[in-house]
Design a protein around this ligand. Structure first.
Ligand SMILES: [Zn+2]
Length: 366
């Protein structure tokens, strides 16, 4: 067991070291999938994979971090804490559940304090069949010029135009236009890409290797940036079929104490999305009964999070920005997705830990 605050780290390099050290302390082998580019401090980047449990386990729980890069500061803390948590490890082993920790699905964004991958792609909008026509987000076409003005901070006319758009369409429409994903503006926000990213391809290989022998797969994918501060919204991720949603609610709703929301019925604070990462399970582990959840921790009010995202994308498009402004924008971005207080980290760990225990129970029911 380590202290909660000690499980979290202020940089990707430190977070990775703590994850690898935790795996070594637990005597677990590490598979590192090296990313082609360096990190913000010149460090190596990798998607690191640790399996705690036998290779032939028929019940597998995936716990993953950093799908959205910068959100990994939270998820890594959960994974490091779990690897040091003997009670948790003993329980999973006793129930015959192998736990697969995937650290930094998008290590480049994690290190560089970006939500997107090095291809500027939102990994959780990137799992499409790219041989088919991609969804068109016509609302994003409208808001694109408003989101990324030439100057940052935005000038008065941009502020006025944004307010007018929100007044005319509503805040929910603004959120949906920006966040649902788009495939037309390669430099824009929530860009889903036109081909599988490095993280997409690497994750698929990991799932084939580790998931092909499992009859049942559970997945807790750790995210931040939506909802009330410190609250982990449990968002079902999986197909829009009643049995899958019901199973997620049986596992994780705590009899109603901790509701499981869904993108399919509008109950989630997230907009409806396509190209989601969980669909890789259907492709790579078609034999498995899949039950998945996005655990989405709130940080700051949504308008502040969206403003941080706009600023960081503006910076991405304007590398000539002064160093002081770049540093300020990166700090704003990190604060939007990671609340560096003991209280928030305590809430993160307790809710994640509870959902992991629940997942083991759920996997072990016949
Ligand atoms: Zn996310």
């Amino acid at each position: 067991m380590i202290g909660i605050a000690q499980a979290f780290a202020p940089t990707y390099a430190r977070a990775r070291t703590q994850f690898l050290e935790a795996a070594a302390a637990a005597s677990l082998p590490i598979e590192s999938h090296r990313h082609p580019l360096p990190g913000r401090e010149g460090e190596d980047l990798a998607m690191d994979v640790v399996r705690d449990g036998p290779p032939d386990a028929d019940k597998l729980l995936i716990v993953s971090s950093g799908c959205h890069g910068v959100e990994g500061y939270c998820g890594s803390g959960v994974q490091v804490f779990a690897l040091h948590d003997q009670e948790w490890r003993d329980l999973a082993r006793a129930q015959g559940v192998a736990v697969l920790y995937i650290h930094a699905l998008n290590p480049h964004g994690f290190s560089h304090i970006r939500r997107a991958t090095h291809e500027n792609v939102d990994l959780n909008r990137n799992f499409h069949d790219f041989s088919q026509p991609l969804p068109v987000n016509t609302a994003y076409r409208e808001v694109a010029p408003l989101l990324l003005p030439d100057a940052w901070p935005p000038q008065a006319n941009n502020v006025r135009d944004v307010q007018a758009w929100i007044a005319g369409h509503g805040a929910a429409a603004w959120q949906a236009a920006i966040t649902r994903g788009q495939h037309e503006f390669a430099g824009g926000l929530f860009y889903g890409g036109t081909a599988p990213t490095w993280s997409n391809r690497t994750l698929r290989a990991v799932l084939r290797q580790h998931g092909s022998r499992a009859a049942r797969v559970g997945w807790i994918d750790l995210h931040t940036g939506l909802g009330p501060s410190g609250l982990g919204e449990r968002i079902h991720c999986g197909p829009d079929d009643a049995a899958a949603v019901q199973r997620a609610r049986q596992w994780w709703a705590g009899g109603g104490a901790t509701p499981v929301t869904s993108l399919h019925d509008g109950s989630s604070s997230s907009a409806f999305l396509t190209g989601l990462m969980w669909t890789a399970i259907e492709d790579e582990c078609p034999q498995a009964e899949f039950t998945g959840m996005t655990l989405e921790y709130g940080t700051q009010p949504l308008e502040d999070v969206l403003q941080a995202l706009r600023a960081e994308h503006w910076l991405h498009l304007h590398p000539e920005a002064p160093a002081a402004q770049a540093a300020q924008i990166k700090a704003q971005m990190l604060a939007a997705f990671y609340t560096d207080t003991d209280a928030w980290k305590g809430q993160v760990i307790s809710q994640a830990r509870q959902s992991m225990f629940q997942a083991v129970q759920g996997l072990n029911k016949s």
